[in-house]
Design a protein around this ligand. Structure first.
Ligand SMILES: C[S@@+](CC[C@H](N)C(=O)[O-])C[C@H]1O[C@@H](n2cnc3c(N)ncnc32)[C@H](O)[C@@H]1O
Length: 214
C-alpha cells in the first residue's frame, strides 16, 4: 500500500473559491489537485494501491477538514487538474458545517478533524517518512516491497509546530535530492522508486531472460 499525507495550508476549508483562481483565491488548490492526480492516475488507468489523506488546515478546528481518498473505491477522478480540483472543492462544500464524516463521492470521505492530531498519528506509524529537502536520501527500506508512507507539504513549508509534531512522533526525514521539487513532482519520484522496488521475483526473472540462454 502507498499512503500519502498532504498538508494543505491555505486552501479555503469550506470550498469557497472559484475554479478559475485555484492558485490565488484557491490557496494553491492547483498543486493539491496535481498531487491527487499524480498519486492515483496512470496512463488510462488508476493506481488502486494508493491512499491519500489531505489535511485542510487554513482554519482551525472545528472548521479544519480531513479528506481521505481510497484508490480501491475511488471514482470520478479524471486526469485533468480542473476536474480534480472540482471533485475536491465539491467535497469541501458538502462537508462545510457538518460535524461528521461524509462520503462526498465513492472513495472520498471528508469530515472535521484536528490537523495536528492527525499529523501526529500518521507520523507515529512505524515506517513513515517525512519528505523534506534536508533529510537523508531515501533508501531501500523506505519503499520495501513497493510500499511507502510519506508526509509532504503543499507549496508552503510545514509550520514549526508541525515539524515538531512530525519529529516527536518519529517519522524519518527523507530527501529526494537537493533541489526543491514541487509536491506533485515528489509523488512522481516516489512512485517511480516504489515501482522499481516492487515485484522483485519478476524483476529477477526478467534479468535472467535479458541475459539470453545460459
Ligand atoms: C514546493 S516544496 C515546499 C517549498 C520549498 N521548501 C521552497 O523553498 O520553495 C513542497 C514540499 O515538497 C517536498 N519536497 C520538495 N522538494 C523535496 C526534496 N528534494 N526532497 C524531499 N521532499 C521534497 C517537501 O515536503 C516540501 O515541503
Amino acid at each position: 500500500m502507498r499512503q500519502i499525507l498532504l498538508l494543505a495550508h491555505r486552501v479555503p476549508v469550506g470550498g469557497a473559491f472559484t475554479l478559475n483562481d485555484l492558485a490565488g483565491g484557491g490557496g494553491r488548490m492547483d498543486e493539491v489537485a496535481r498531487v491527487v492526480s499524480t498519486a492515483f492516475t496512470l496512463s488510462n488507468d488508476l493506481r488502486r494501491d494508493v491512499e491519500v489523506t489531505i489535511l485542510f488546515e487554513a482554519e482551525p478546528p472545528p472548521r479544519a477538514r480531513r479528506m481521505r481518498l481510497d484508490g480501491r473505491r475511488l471514482k470520478f477522478l479524471n486526469p485533468d487538474e480542473r476536474s480534480t480540483a472540482a471533485l475536491l472543492k465539491n467535497a469541501l462544500v458538502r462537508s462545510a458545517g457538518v460535524d461528521r464524516d461524509v462520503e462526498a463521492s465513492p472513495g472520498l470521505v471528508v469530515g472535521p478533524a484536528s490537523p495536528i492530531d492527525e499529523l501526529r498519528a500518521f507520523a507515529g506509524t512505524p515506517g513513515t517518512m517525512w519528505l523534506t529537502e534536508g533529510g537523508a536520501p531515501i533508501d531501500g527500506d523506505d519503499t520495501l516491497g513497493g510500499s511507502f508512507r510519506a508526509i509532504l507539504s503543499d507549496p508552503t513549508d510545514p509550520t514549526v509546530g508541525e515539524v515538531e509534531a512530525i519529529r516527536t512522533a518519529g517519522a524519518r526525514p527523507r530527501s529526494l535530492g537537493r533541489r526543491s521539487l514541487r509536491s506533485s513532482q515528489c509523488v512522481t519520484a516516489l512512485h517511480h522508486i516504489a515501482d522499481a522496488a516492487e515485484g522483485s521475483p519478476a524483476t529477477e526473472a526478467g534479468r535472467v531472460a535479458d541475459q539470453g540462454p545460459v
